[in-house]
Every structure is written in C-alpha cells, then in structure tokens.
Design a protein around this ligand. Sequence first.
Ligand code: PLP
Length: 391
Amino acid sequence: MRRLQGENDELRRSGAFKQALHLEGPMAPRIRMEGHGEVLVLSSNNYLGLANHPEVIAAGVAGLRAFGAGTASVRFICGTLTAHRDLEQGLARFLGTEAALSYVSCWNANTGLLPVLAGDGDTLISDELNHASIIDACRLTGKGVERRVYRHGDMQQLAEILKESAQRRARIVVTDGVFSMEGDLAPLPDLVTLCQKHDALLVVDDSHGLGVLGKRGAGTAEHFGLAGKIDVITGTLGKALGGAAGGFVAGPSALVDHLFQKSRPLLFSNALPATVAASALKALEVLERDPGLLARLRENTRYFREKLLVLGFAPLPGESAIIPILIGATAKAMAVSQALLKRRVFVTGFGYPVVPEGKARIRIQMCAAFTRADLDEALAALKEVKAELGL
Ligand SMILES: Cc1ncc(COP(=O)(O)O)c(C=O)c1O
C-alpha cells in the first residue's frame, strides 16, 4: 500500500492524477456536476442523446418491473430471460447477422470471444491501437495461439503477417471499427479483401461505430457498404445505444452457440440486468425509427470540426463522432480539461497510459442532442482556453 500511495502522490505532483467527478443527475448534453453546477458535456459516448430519453428510461423501468433485478445466477444455470433473447434477436436483425449474444459489457464480450475463437495452432492478428479490451482478450488466449500485432492501419504489414502465417490452422484478424482515441476508421474495405484473399476471419469491435456510422447507424461496415461482409462484430450498449452498460457478439449461429458453451464471462458471471436489456432494445428501436438522430449527430460533428479549424485548432481528421485534439504532455492535457471545466465545459484530457507518452490529448465527442447554442458555447470556451494556455 505504501508503494501505491507513493505512486498516487507522484501522479498528483505531475498533474496527471484522475479525480472522480460526481454527477447529480442523468447523462445529457447538460448535466449537474457536484461543485461545478450546470456543465456542458462533450466527453460522453452518449452520441445519440438516448441516455436520458424518456422511452429508454420507461423501457428500463418496465424491464425491471417485468423481470425483477435478475436471475441471481449465470444464464446456463438459472435460465435466460426473454428480455435477453429479445435484445439479442433485435441486435442480430439490425446488424444482419444470424445471431447475437449479450454480455454485461463489451469488455466482457471481447474477452469472452477471442479465447474461444482462437485456439491451438491459430494466429491472432491485432491492430496496435485496438481498444484495451481487445489487447487483454488477446492476452487471455491459450499458449498455442500465436499473437501478432500490426502497425495502426498498416495493410501492407498485415498482408505480410497473413502470408507468413499461411500454414497456421486459422488466422483471425481483429480491429476496432472506429478507434476510440484517434477517432479514425479501420480500413475495412482493405481488411475485408485481405481476409477473403487469405481465408482469414475478421472480427470488428464497432463500439464507437454503432449508432454513429452508416445509413441506418449500423456501424462502420454499413458506412463502407460492407454490411454482411464482417465475420464477427462486437459492440457496446454503453455508448450510443442507451449508454447504460452491456455488450454483445454478433455473428454466425454456430459461433454464438459455441460461446454459450465455452465463453468464460457467460459461464461464470451473471447476465446483463433485464432493465438494461430492455432499455438498450428500446434505444435501438428509437434509432431505427428516427433517422433524424443520425442526421443531427453528423451535422453537429461537421459544424464543430469546421469551427475548430477556424479557431486554429488542428483536430485529428476522421469521420466518426470523436474529435481528438493533440496537446502533448499529460499534465497539459489535464490542465486544458480543467480550464474548460472552469468554464463549465466538460472535456476529458487523456494521457499515458491510455495514449502513448507525449501524445496526450483532449477528446471531444459529439451528441445529436446538442443545439447550435451548446456548440457555440463550447467553442467560445475552447477559444478562451487556447489563448490562456497558449495552445
Ligand atoms: C472499442 C471499444 N471496445 C470496447 C469498449 C468497452 O465497452 P464497455 O464499456 O461496454 O465494456 C470500449 C469502451 O470504451 C471501446 O471503446
């Protein structure tokens, strides 16, 4: 404990210690933050503004009433609620897969999937900037799995790895659809072509693409016209689709059936609470019913990016709803975040170890529910902070 205390003190001294900020109400474009009053939120994954949507809340309440808190056990022991089946069927239909399986988080979905999918004699190939849950999922695979990493988006290196591993039993390529810290998209057209050419399986974690990209909001594959061409999709329900928690694996029935036999988070841990299953399914329904949500999210993103450039910021380019601005040192990114919060604009600074040393950044995230006035207020705060901190 003394060592941990020392490390905490060091983080405090360097300005990189993360403080819990307490919210006094639901996530929304404007929230009440303890000690700060009303704050504009540009750091939530609440892309469609559904976290506080009346129908989503009502569905969660109805789910709680209908099914209680849960089965007090894991699914194969005490049964699967029909609320889970409804959600899973809804996700499979929306994504155009044969089946889907829910987990309590996408973290669990990824760590429950890859050790089952990749076995002895297989090669598992991962983009270097994949989300931490994919990195940990790769680490959880067995000794007989060869694990390879390719430079971010480097299709030439991936092609070489696929050639080198031609004799392996199977090759599995895994990538984020939208990279969470960069906001850029995986080069899915090239990934699909390469995987088809080399008979490799493609797994896409579309946590930040779902409800954001594509004509219907079905994600990165739909954005590229590749719906139905991805072997396995994982994603979260904790971002655009209601924002509570939960994740899923969507793909062939044989895979989903097999996960139900072997996936450790499912075998040894309780299922998603019914209230969350019901609210996430409602969020999906709202998304499908109201294409205006996607249109507003995209227009807000376009406007904000355009105005950032006018102010002299150089956000990383990208088509998602994530707008990162590189700052450099971790402490400076945290200082920018604090200076914005003083102006009642909530934008989180990210530093090491979430992103590499020297590449600390603030990450702005768009929401369909922002008004133009909200966006202009945030831009005015960013302008002031730029001048104050010499960005
Ligand atoms: C790409 C990606 N995968 C997985 C996750 C984890 O999602 P969950 O909160 O459902 O565990 C995240 C969340 O940050 C993510 O960005």
